[in-house]
Ligand binder design. Structure first.
Ligand code: HEM
Length: 460
């Protein structure tokens, strides 16, 4: 079985076998859901049966990521979701609007004034926002101790969770062999990763508490939970809940913003239409605010089309059935693994005509296509808890860029026009890995506006 770009393989299976595909992988029943309807019927409507996760021995048990949310299970996971819902839900998220707005402006200024990479600048921008929201911490670079280990812990998650990378995931009994035993290199690796992962969780958490004790803390997810600690939430559970955010938030949100830039370079007509809408609503004398959002429906459609056109997380994280179930003649035994293939859904011609094309207009009018927020952030009780935070960052960033920047193709050293091609790498999160000349696609249309607004900001 192909392990890279699994979503493409699952989509090929859809074309051969249909919307629901049942496989046996080393005796483990596995069901791929390739249609929105099947995902709704099972993962959303029967979410109590399908919201568990399978045990990943290396990443979860040995490294310890089962203390986090994405691999979390049972009442501990439910408690994490409860606090996330309370302090990161749709209305709670407004508490972070000001810092998103304040951070976005110097970011746009840096993008247009510095020749650095779009990807690096965007990663730092999102990381800053996540660290401030989660812990009230302000960072200026990845050298900062409070972020260094969070970044490493996120990379470890990706490596340790690779399907097929560790034999102990296939033969769990191997977890009992001691680290000195020949061939038990994975035990030593797990111990090293565990140590780094724990630093990633504890360093920013302890710093946030120290800042609170000395009265200098900015309001954050951590401070809000600690001020009103719900029954059953311990300090350790809070540390692991908050510590799960960095890895889940940064690469996903960054890749979404970079995909928007790519779409604007490729579609000047969409860019012009969006800028016309924006200028009609806010003029040219100020930058956008969140309160402008309802008056900018075309930009809303662009955002939807960006997340549908290139789903950054192309499949759900696998679910595990906690009891036997039947669906459309399929018997789903307890313990089956289910994967929702969001990629196939985003390419379903019944939902989106010409799915490979970038057409924001598909979300307009009475026959508007299905809002892809219902697809690309996952499903049921496992739906991404950072959805509203990510959506707010992406909206503010793309609207601020449209207000201040012109996107266009550039020419290479020989004078040939470069048409960037979307090329993403595989993995749980798709990375836009080939975007040469990325920063050169942007030129400021109102640099003065950005600089005035960002005058007070620290530019590293
Ligand atoms: C555009 C950006 C983002 C995208 C596309 C995205 C997408 C997803 C998807 C598809 C899942 C898996 C859901 C499932 O298995 O059904 C997920 C899970 C998760 N996301 Fe996001 N996400 C984004 C940003 C964020 C942000 C900003 C945060 C935190 C602040 C976050 C935190 C999480 C967590 C903690 C989980 C695990 C949830 C669980 O297993 O219960 N994500 N995300």
């Amino acid at each position: 079985m192909k392990t890279y770009a699994s979503w493409l393989y699952y989509t090929e299976l859809k074309h051969t076998y249909g919307d629901i595909v049942s496989l046996q992988v080393l005796g483990q029943p596995m069901i791929i859901l390739n249609s929105f309807e099947a995902v709704q019927d099972l993962i959303v409507r029967k979410t109590s049966t399908f919201s568990d996760r399978p045990v990943l021995v290396m990443c979860g048990e040995l490294v310890g990521w089962d203390r986090g949310i994405a691999l979390g299970r049972g009442t501990r996971w439910a408690m994490s979701r409860k606090i996330l819902h309370k302090f990161l839900g749709k209305s709670a998220i407004q508490d972070y609007f000001e810092s998103i707005q304040d951070e976005c402006r110097p970011f746009v200024a840096r993008l247009v004034s510095s020749p650095g990479s779009l990807m690096e600048q965007t990663t730092l921008f999102v990381a800053k926002l996540v660290l401030e929201m989660a812990y009230g911490l302000k960072i200026n670079s990845f050298e900062d101790d409070t972020v260094r280990f969070s970044k490493k812990a996120a990379v470890i998650f990706g490596e340790a969770a690779q399907p097929g990378a560790f034999l102990v995931d296939t033969f769990p009994a191997l977890k009992h062999i001691p680290s000195w035993f020949p061939g038990a290199g994975f035990q030593r690796k797990a111990a090293e990763w565990r140590d780094t992962m724990l630093k990633g969780l504890s360093i920013p958490h302890e710093q946030a508490k120290k800042d609170m004790a000395s009265g200098v803390a900015l309001p954050s997810f951590t401070s809000r939970v600690l001020e009103d600690m719900p029954d059953g939430v311990t300090d350790e559970l809070l540390m692991c809940t908050t510590g799960s955010m960095y890895g889940a938030a940064v690469d996903t949100t960054k890749a979404t913003i970079c995909t928007f830039v790519l779409a604007m370079v490729l579609h000047p007509e969409v860019q012009a239409k969006a800028q016309k809408e924006l200028h009609a609503v806010i003029g040219t004398e100020r930058l956008p605010k969140f309160s402008d959002r309802p008056a900018l429906p075309y930009i809303e459609s662009i955002l939807k089309e960006v997340i549908r056109w290139q789903p950054i997380v192309p499949t759900s994280i696998p679910y595990r059935a906690t009891q036997d179930a039947d669906y459309e003649g399929y018997y789903i035994p307890e313990g089956s693994i289910l994967i929702a293939n969001s990629w196939a859904i985003s390419r379903d011609e019944k939902l989106y005509q010409s799915p490979e094309a970038f057409i924001p207009e598909r979300f307009e009018g009475e026959k508007a296509a299905l809002d892809p927020h219902q697809i690309v952030f996952g499903y049921g009780k496992r739906i991404c808890p950072g959805l509203h935070f990510a959506d707010a960052i992406v909206w503010m960033t793309i609207t601020s860029l449209l207000a201040t920047v012109h996107f266009s193709k550039v020419r290479d050293e020989l004078g040939n026009e470069i048409t960037p091609v979307p090329e993403y790498s595989g993995g749980l999160v798709r990375e836009l890995n080939k975007f040469p000349y990325a920063s050169r696609y942007l030129s400021a249309t109102s640099a003065a506006l950005i600089q005035d607004d960002a005058a007070a900001a620290v530019v590293p």
